[in-house]
Design a protein around this ligand. Structure first.
Ligand code: ZN
Length: 331
C-alpha cells in the first residue's frame, strides 16, 4: 500500500493540524468528527503517517520514502497503534485501551511521535472509555491520540472535552460533483449525490455496491406486493439472496422517501429523485402513522441482524408488515 489518501475537502483540516505541528503545539488528543463518507479514516491514516515520518514534504505529509514511512506503509511501524473492534459493529473493550496506556509511557522510537488511533471511538464500552480518560489525564509528551467518530455525541462528554475536535462536514456540492466526475461517476451523478446525501465517498460506495439498482428493484417488489401481484414467499426468497446490509439500507432509504413524499416534501430532500413517481405510487393511500410503524420494524431488523437472529424470519416479518399496512382500507 502506498501513502494515505488525501481529498480536496480535507484541505482546511489538514492545514490546521499541519500548522499546529509546525508550531510544536499539536494537541495530545484529537477527535476527528463528522458524518460517514467523508474519509475521516483516511485523514487519520494520513496524519498518523506524517507523525512518524522524520522528513515531511512541503504539505506536511509523510515523505513516503524514509525508513519510518516504509514501515508505516507495511503496517509494521512500532510507534503506530490502531485500536478497533475485533469485528465491525462490536465494542472496543478495556483490555485494548489498557494495553495502549501501557505503551504510551514509552518514548517514541524513531524521533517522531507515538500515535494511537481509536476507530470508531464511540465503539469503546464504558470501562474502555474510563481507562482512556486515565490515559488522557497523563499525557506523555510526543504521543498523540487520534479518535475517529461519525457519532461524536455518543462519546462521553468527559472524553470529548479533553480532545481538540476537528470537524468534517458535507463539502460544497460543486466540489463533490467535480470530484465524482473525476472518479468517472458522470452517468448517474445527480442520483448518486442524492442517495449519498452529498458525502463523496458514500456516493462512490453507492455506485460500487449498486444502491440505485437495489432501490429500483426493491420499490418494484414492494409495489407488486402492495398490488397483491406476487407471492410474498417468492419475494422473501429473492431478498434472502441479496446482501442484508444492501437490502436493509435500501428499505430504510425508500421508506424515508415515502414518509417525506407523504408529507409533501420536495425532490431535493429525498434519496431517490430518479424513481420519485414510482415511490409516489408506492406510498399512495398508506396511513402515515403506519409508515412510521414500518420504519420501527426496519430499525429492529438492523439491530437484530447484528445478533445473528434468523434472517429469513425477519424478512418474512417485514413482508407481512408491508402487506398489512398496504391492505386496502387498512386502519
Ligand atoms: Zn518519511
Amino acid at each position: 500500500m502506498n501513502g494515505a489518501r488525501s481529498y480536496p475537502w480535507h484541505h482546511e483540516q489538514w492545514q490546521r493540524v499541519s500548522r499546529a505541528r509546525a508550531a510544536d503545539r499539536l494537541p495530545h488528543a484529537i477527535l476527528l468528527a463528522g458524518p460517514d463518507g467523508l474519509g475521516k479514516a483516511d485523514f487519520a491514516k494520513r496524519l498518523s503517517d506524517s507523525l512518524v515520518c522524520v522528513r515531511l514534504n512541503e504539505n506536511g505529509d509523510a515523505c513516503g520514502t524514509c525508513a519510518s514511512c516504509r514501515q508505516a506503509h507495511a503496517g509494521s511501524h512500532p510507534d503506530q497503534r490502531l485500536v478497533a473492534p475485533d469485528e465491525p459493529g462490536k465494542m472496543i473493550k478495556i483490555d485494548a485501551i489498557r494495553d495502549l496506556s501501557g505503551k504510551s509511557v514509552l518514548a517514541a522510537q524513531e524521533g517522531g511521535y507515538r500515535v494511537f488511533l481509536i476507530q470508531p471511538a464511540e465503539a469503546m464500552n464504558r470501562a474502555a472509555a474510563n481507562a482512556l480518560l486515565k490515559t488522557l489525564e497523563e499525557p506523555s509528551s510526543r504521543s498523540v491520540l487520534i479518535l475517529v467518530s461519525s457519532h461524536p455525541t455518543r462519546l462521553a462528554a468527559t472524553i470529548r472535552s479533553r480532545c481538540q475536535v476537528i470537524k468534517f462536514g458535507i463539502p460544497r456540492v460543486q466540489e463533490v460533483r467535480a470530484w465524482l466526475m473525476e472518479q468517472g461517476c458522470e452517468a448517474e451523478l445527480d442520483e448518486l449525490l442524492a442517495i449519498s446525501g452529498g458525502a463523496p465517498l458514500r456516493a462512490l460506495q453507492a455506485r460500487e455496491q449498486g444502491w440505485l439498482e437495489e432501490s429500483r428493484r426493491l420499490s418494484q417488489e414492494l409495489l407488486t406486493l402492495k398490488q397483491r401481484k406476487a407471492n410474498p414467499l417468492t419475494i422473501v426468497e429473492e431478498w434472502e439472496k441479496r446482501p442484508l446490509p444492501l437490502l436493509s439500507g435500501s428499505l430504510k432509504r425508500c421508506l424515508s422517501d415515502l414518509v417525506k413524499l407523504a408529507n409533501g416534501l420536495r425532490d431535493s430532500v429525498i434519496y431517490h429523485p430518479g424513481i420519485r413517481d414510482d415511490l409516489q405510487r408506492l406510498g399512495e393511500g398508506i396511513d402515515l402513522q403506519r409508515l412510521h410503524g414500518f420504519n420501527d420494524e426496519l430499525l429492529r431488523l438492523d439491530r437484530d441482524s447484528s445478533h445473528n437472529l434468523n434472517v429469513q424470519m425477519q424478512l418474512e416479518a417485514i413482508a407481512n408488515r408491508w402487506l398489512q399496512i398496504t391492505r386496502p382500507g387498512a386502519q
